[in-house]
Each structure stands twice: as C-alpha cells, then as structure tokens.
Design a protein around this ligand. Structure first.
Ligand SMILES: [Zn+2]
Ligand SMILES: [Zn+2]
Ligand SMILES: [Zn+2]
Ligand SMILES: [Zn+2]
Length: 222
C-alpha cells in the first residue's frame, strides 16, 4: 500500500501537489483567493488537514464553518471514507484514550483550546483519523454546507498480487484468510476463486478498504 510521494489535487485550480506542499499551496492558490474575495469579516472558517492515522497516503483538506457542530464532520468522514455498517464513532482530544468530545460541540469552541482531534470509527475494526487545524480565516464561506472539500489525495497506485500490473479490484478473502494484499488487475479479478466475503470489488479512494465490510463508494456527500 505504500505510495511514495503521495499526491493530491487542489479542487480550486486543478493542479497536483505533493502531500507536503498542499497546505502551503492552498493558502496561496490564486483561484482560491479569487473565490474567497476580499471580505475579512463574516464567518470564521477553519482549514483542516484530515489524514488516516496509519495509511498516511490518504488525506484531504477541508474548510469547515466555525458555527458547525462536530456531527457534521463525523457525517462527512463517514460519507467520503468510512461508512460500512453504521458503527459507533467518537471524537477525542489527547489520543485515542483521551477525553471524548461530544459531537454536538461547536467547532469554534473546540478549536479555541486545541488544534488537533482524533476520530475513531468502529471500536472493533477501528479506523483512526487525525484532524488538524492548519489555517483559519474570517470571511465568506464558499458553500452553504458546513464543510467544503478543498483538496484530496489521488488514488494510490497498487499492483496486482498475481502479475504486478496496476490493480483495480480487491478481494477481502485474500486479506482475511490468506494474509495476501488482495489487489487484482482486471484480468486476474475475472476468474478469481474467492467469494466467501463477496466477489472482488472495485478499489476506491479510502483508507477503510479491506476493513470490515467496507466497499466504498468513497464519494463526498456534497
Ligand atoms: Zn490551487
Ligand atoms: Zn462494518
Ligand atoms: Zn494481474
Ligand atoms: Zn481472493
């Protein structure tokens, strides 16, 4: 799964940047500046870097309204990355065993005293997500929704476990029972012998692939 030089796309200008360069790019992106305009009064908006705690090639940049509640971020993470079967989730501060923060909390009250949060989805086969404030502005929101997607990693390139060609499918049975990567190209997915965990499914851009019953679609909710 390791993917050196994870890259992502800025959704304002369409340019690709390395993970390390995206925070800086977004703060100076001309298209974003045009969209934001010159207003320096209005809403407080937080620039959040979201990344999977273990598979760091999965990341995104969100802008979130300070007046929104954490429940909106939970819903967003479920839609774009996590939801498989309606598991419980939790936000906390100071590590996974740190203090739980109620989902009804308003974002600006939380980010007054911390710039980092952890999110857990599913207390069995857990997905851990790190939330970090990397910027803040006062001005006009660019969406009527609580959250706007500003940038996201490109789908990591993985290779077929049979032939090393680019893979587009994943077999959960290979992962769970054979301790194999489970990645398959079109050709090798066709007659793959496993179906105890369902047929091989198409890869999606989510760190939860291969965990529990997750099969995507890994699309933003709005
Ligand atoms: Zn840009
Ligand atoms: Zn599940
Ligand atoms: Zn193959
Ligand atoms: Zn298999």
């Amino acid at each position: 799964m390791a993917n050196k030089g994870s890259r992502g796309i800025c959704l304002f200008c369409g340019a690709a940047y390395a993970k390390r360069g995206m925070t800086k790019h977004l703060s100076g992106c001309k298209k974003r500046q045009e969209a934001i305009g010159n207003a320096n009064s209005g809403a407080t908006l937080y620039h959040l870097l979201i990344q999977d705690a273990y598979s760091k090639e999965y990341w995104m940049h969100l802008e979130m309204k300070g007046t929104a509640q954490l429940i909106a971020l939970d819903k967003y993470l479920r839609s774009i990355w996590l939801e498989c079967c309606g598991h419980m989730s939790q936000f906390s501060i100071g590590g996974w065993r740190g203090d739980e923060i109620p989902k009804s909390s308003f974002v600006q009250s939380i980010f007054e005293y911390t710039s980092e949060l952890e999110h857990i989805y599913d207390f069995g086969t857990s997905s851990h997500t790190l939330v970090k404030v990397v910027g803040k502005r006062t001005g006009k929101p660019l969406t009527k929704h609580p959250i706007m997607l500003m940038a996201r990693n490109e789908m990591p390139v993985v290779t077929c476990m049979e032939c090393e060609q680019p893979a587009r499918w994943l077999c959960n049975e290979c992962i769970y029972e054979d301790n194999a990567s489970g990645y398959l190209c079109d050709e090798h997915a066709k007659n793959h012998p496993h179906d105890n965990y369902g047929e091989p499914f198409e890869l999606v851009n989510s760190p939860r692939m291969g965990m529990c019953g997750y099969q995507g679609p890994a699309d933003p909710p709005y």
